[in-house]
Ligand binder design. Structure first.
Ligand SMILES: [Zn+2]
Length: 256
């Protein structure tokens, strides 16, 4: 049986040459890519590329840094929510959503960030969709908030926070997606070593740069190999398990 890899978190709408990115991914067995939205503009673009490319699946949501990047986000919120509701059949998750108290330094923006996050969680609960979460520097509030909602499954993306919440996430059965930062980041390595293989996923977070190289879905092949070495588990076993995990959390990307 041919194994496939899936990039569960990629800002695919931001690539200049998306055909090239998809081809390079397919050359190393990355067959599916979840494109996560961030802003009001990217919701439309993500839907467009998911329509255009069979390898791409859409996740819609408002990124926590939007409060800093986009002065109009508060006014745009209701129309984004309406769009997500209208397109619920076309999306596999709500994301990228969450809180950020690390890159967003202005504390006055935190209440709005939290309001948006709560609305996104409510949406995920109502639409019965999994969430793709950004937790940077706000792990405690996020972990305190999540039990108030009934969300089918939680994907914590690029976790690099305190160990106490990592352990809590593991106890609650959350899934952790690992980026190419694994090659140099001690907290990411810690995440890989702590989380059991039944809860690991792969992601590029592209086009984020890793040691000056633009991140792409093709890079998750190396991430898999590095996890295999770190955890001393054969690549083939890991590949199978991660595919099963991805099927469990994002069932809609396996429907067609
Ligand atoms: Zn991201």
């Amino acid at each position: 049986m041919i194994k496939i890899l899936i990039d569960v978190h990629c800002h695919a709408n931001l690539y200049l040459d998306i055909d090239k990115v998809i081809n390079e991914a397919k050359n190393v067995g990355v067959e599916k890519i979840i494109a996560v939205a961030m802003s009001s503009i990217s919701q439309r673009r993500v839907l467009e590329i998911a329509d255009q490319y069979k390898e791409i699946y859409a996740a819609l949501g408002v990124h926590p840094e939007e409060v800093k990047m986009n002065r109009n986000i508060e006014n745009q919120l209701e129309s984004i929510i309406d769009l997500i509701k209208t397109k619920k059949e076309n999306i596999c998750a709500i994301g990228e959503i969450g809180l950020d108290h690390y890159f967003v330094k202005d504390k006055e923006l935190y209440p709005l960030q939290k309001t948006i996050f709560d609305k996104m969680l409510l949406l995920a609960q109502g639409l019965e969709l999994p969430v793709n979460l950004h937790t940077k520097g706000a792990e405690k509030i996020i972990f305190d908030t999540l039990p108030s909602y009934k969300i089918p499954n939680v994907n914590i993306h690029w976790y690099s926070g305190p160990e106490i919440f990592l352990k809590k996430g593991i106890d609650r059965g959350y899934f952790f997606s690992i980026t190419p930062a694994l090659s140099y980041s001690p907290p990411v390595k810690k995440t890989v070593l702590t989380v059991d293989i039944e809860h690991l996923l792969l992601e590029s977070d592209g086009p984020v740069k890793y040691t000056r190289k633009v991140g792409t879905p093709a890079m998750i092949r190396d991430v898999l190999n590095t996890i295999s070495k770190l955890k001393e588990i054969p690549v083939i076993v890991l590949e199978n398990q991660i595919l099963d995990n991805t099927r469990k959390i994002f069932p809609k990307i396996f429907e067609n």
